[in-house]
Design a protein around this ligand. Structure first.
Ligand code: HEM
Length: 369
């Protein structure tokens, strides 16, 4: 005998089943499910690094969503920008909350991307057949830094104004094209309305479009090739190599990690809401000890210690050249360390360690000085 509650439950199950079938006939959900079920994730002592890309993805989605909400109130005009943020912070319901989510989220995203980049590097995930995954990732990292740089100016407070000035001065030191790039970004020789408009457009239109396209490609490449396996794991006999299903096992763990990361972000937002300095005064003096955001401190500090003149070449130009040369290892590494030479594998690892150490040391040095 079926009770009326039992009948209700049966009806609901029938309807859900009907809806699932309706969707499946149109969207081939079974096919997607079969693909997800086939996907395997290697289980080994470095598996924890496989979560980093997923955290970056979650943070990127949060950045898009909170950014759209901020755009509802933000006005990209010299007279109005600072006041619009002030209004968001103090008068709009939850305005301070979404602004803090966006600002703290940007910092977390760049930190997580740094970890994702170096963990993929040390796991040698740049090797064949993942070169395109690696290169799309490198461009995404540059884009994330571009988001940080352009977004920082938008509130138009004194720190953001002068930090942008320093950043553009550094950009102008880039060899050969530096001056032209800086003039193009500024919209002239000084920071003003043209700069604010350009940064706004780059921040809310250009970079998001590039990000969506590249992130789509990056994730497609990850699906095509599956997760890379560290060399020691590949050498294990088949019985000792264990895998878990991506769906539902790994995905559920992914969701848990996202929840933890989101809680970390929520804690930062509520305990340390993002501040706003006084409105920028382009003719005023720069605040004492002004520095760029932490993720630009390494090049900033490095250029500070380079002598003014090195032989016939201007010191800062030489410094910029040296930094570009040093970082270009990240671009050539897939073709240098192809997995066929233990010597080259070791050299690539040492290079990665020196680069990471240099970034950490110069960042901490820049923060403390
Ligand atoms: C918005 C930025 C990015 C997003 C959303 C993203 C997302 C992901 C996701 C979800 C995965 C699969 C899981 C994982 O390995 O963590 C992945 C893998 C990968 N990512 Fe990214 N990523 C981004 C930026 C980068 C950067 C900056 C690099 C480095 C240059 C990079 C290089 C790679 C590589 C090589 C893999 C394959 C890892 C493997 O097979 O072991 N990604 N990415």
């Amino acid at each position: 005998m079926t009770t009326s509650t039992g009948q209700d439950a049966d009806n609901v199950a029938e309807k859900v089943g009907g809806l699932a079938q309706w969707l499946d006939e149109r969207l081939n959900l079974q096919g997607a499910l079969k693909f997800a079920e086939k996907k395997q994730v290697p289980m080994h002592k470095y598996s924890v690094w496989y979560y980093m890309g997923g955290i970056a993805l979650m943070l990127m989605v949060i950045q898009f969503a909170s950014g759209v909400l901020l755009m509802v109130y933000y006005i990209p005009g010299l007279e109005a920008a600072h006041a619009s943020i002030l209004r968001l912070n103090s008068q709009v319901d939850f305005g301070w909350f979404f602004r803090s989510i966006h600002s703290w989220g940007a910092n977390l995203l760049i930190a997580v991307l740094g970890v994702h980049l170096f963990s993929a590097y040390f796991m040698k995930a740049y090797r064949k057949p993942r070169e395109f995954t690696w290169y799309s990732g490198l461009v995404l990292m540059i884009i994330a830094l571009g988001f940080g740089f352009t977004g920082y100016l938008l509130p138009w407070d004194d720190v953001s104004f002068f930090a942008t000035k320093i950043g553009l001065d550094i950009a102008s030191k880039m060899p050969f094209v530096g001056d032209q790039v800086a003039v193009l970004l500024r919209g002239g020789h000084s920071i003003g309305q043209a700069t604010l408009s350009r940064f706004f457009v780059i921040h809310v239109a250009l970079l998001p479009l590039l990000t969506i396209g590249l992130m789509g490609l990056h994730l497609l490449f990850v699906q095509l090739h599956g997760m890379s396996e560290p060399a020691y794991f590949q050498k294990l006999e088949a019985a000792k190599r264990t895998y878990e299903k991506f769906f539902p096992n790994f995905l559920l763990k992914d969701l848990l990690v996202w929840l933890l990361a989101f809680n970390g972000l929520a804690a930062l937002v509520t305990l340390m809401p993002w501040g706003l300095g006084p409105e920028a005064d382009p003719f005023g003096a720069a605040p004492l000890g002004i520095k760029p955001e932490w993720y630009f401190l390494a090049p900033f500090q490095f250029l500070k210690i380079v002598p003014a003149q090195i032989g016939p070449i201007e010191g800062e130009l030489m410094g910029a050249l040296l930094m570009i040369l040093f970082c270009s290892g990240l671009v050539i590494v897939p073709f240098f360390d192809k997995g066929d030479s233990a010597e080259k594998a070791k050299t690539a690892t040492y290079y990665g360690l020196v680069l990471l150490l240099a970034i950490v040391v110069f960042t901490v040095w820049g923060a403390l000085s």
